[in-house]
Unconditional design. Structure first.
Length: 314
């Protein structure tokens, strides 16, 4: 620890001394200005020019403007000031550009050149315009409020759904729920064997056959959430995920072989019923305050259903 402490001192000491020296010439230069000892102030602020210190350059420029008798002795110093200002002005520093215009206009550290002064004046106007536009854009984005969306969502097997979301700038979010609100129930389970549904467990004295007069039914419930991306004024894309359950029911006629009595039952098809992860994607087309969406979702990558929706953005 002691060695580490000494090492830190050796590393930081030069920077501390530099910082102290860096502040020292400006402090002593200000004191000299207060005493109106401009020769002493020129000497101290001259040290700042080595680092292109903008405050030192500003003070030297003031001395140049106020003390005409000192100008012959400041020629080389002001040339160095001009070089520093020019370098900063080329980086679009507006304070430096103002000084470069002044130097060209007054002939400070450079020959008078009204054409160059005019060129830098145009550049200053351009930079100020860009800064103003940038500020307006930032303020516009800052003031832009989140827009909300509310829509009716449906799919082939979950025709009743609701989507709620928000969009701020080019990114948004949504949450969605879909279901067919089925109250279907089952008494047996079945599987698909050789393209036919077969009941897995049935009493020995009973037989069955598929009920061709009825179609399969489903029970669906899906909940998802995701992110919305704005691609342009009228097209948004979304991707999300969540959880879902889909149960397929197949109709059968069961016959009691002893009494010949028949019964209509529903069986849960184990091979076509899923529950687990849901992934979905949609494209949303906006027309003023209204939108229409179309897409699809998959459950456990085993079943795919089509999504669609209508809604309003407010």
């Amino acid at each position: 620890m002691r060695i580490l402490g000494l090492l830190m001192i050796y590393i930081l000491l030069p920077f501390c001394l530099f910082a102290q020296e860096y502040a020292e010439y400006n402090r002593k230069g200000r004191e000299a200005m207060e005493r109106k000892d401009y020769s002493d102030a020129r000497m101290w602020f001259g040290e700042g020019v080595e680092y292109c210190d903008m405050y030192s350059i500003e003070q030297l420029t003031s001395i140049w403007m106020m003390q005409e008798t000192m100008r012959p002795s400041m020629q080389n110093l002001m040339k160095r000031c001009f070089t520093c200002l020019l370098n900063q002005a080329q980086k679009n520093d507006t304070t430096a550009i103002h000084q470069v215009i002044n130097y060209y206009t007054q002939g400070i550290g450079v020959e008078k050149d009204t054409n160059e002064a005019a060129i830098w004046t145009d550049k200053l106007n351009t930079v100020n315009t860009l800064i103003g536009q940038s500020g307006l854009n930032i303020e516009k984005k800052r003031r832009e409020k989140m827009k909300f969306l509310l829509g009716y969502t449906f799919s082939t097997e979950a025709p009743i759904g609701l989507t709620l979301g928000g969009i701020h700038g080019n990114v948004g979010w949504y949450i969605r729920a879909k279901s067919n609100f089925s109250s279907m129930d089952y008494t047996n389970e079945c599987r698909t064997v050789n393209a036919k549904s077969e009941i897995t467990h049935l009493e020995k004295d009973k037989s069955y056959q598929a009920d061709r007069a009825k179609s399969n039914k489903t029970k669906s419930l899906i909940g998802t959430a995701g992110i919305i991306f704005k691609t342009n004024a009228w097209l948004y894309l979304s991707v999300g995920g969540g959880y879902g359950e889909r149960t397929l029911f197949s109709p059968f006629i069961v016959t009691d072989n002893n009494t010949s009595l028949t019964e209509n039952i529903w069986c849960k098809n184990l091979d076509a019923s899923y529950k687990g992860a849901v992934i979905e994607t949609d494209a949303m087309f906006r027309f003023n305050k209204f939108f229409f969406s179309v897409g699809c979702h998959t459950m456990n990558f085993k079943y795919v259903d089509i999504n669609a929706g209508l809604g309003i953005i407010f």
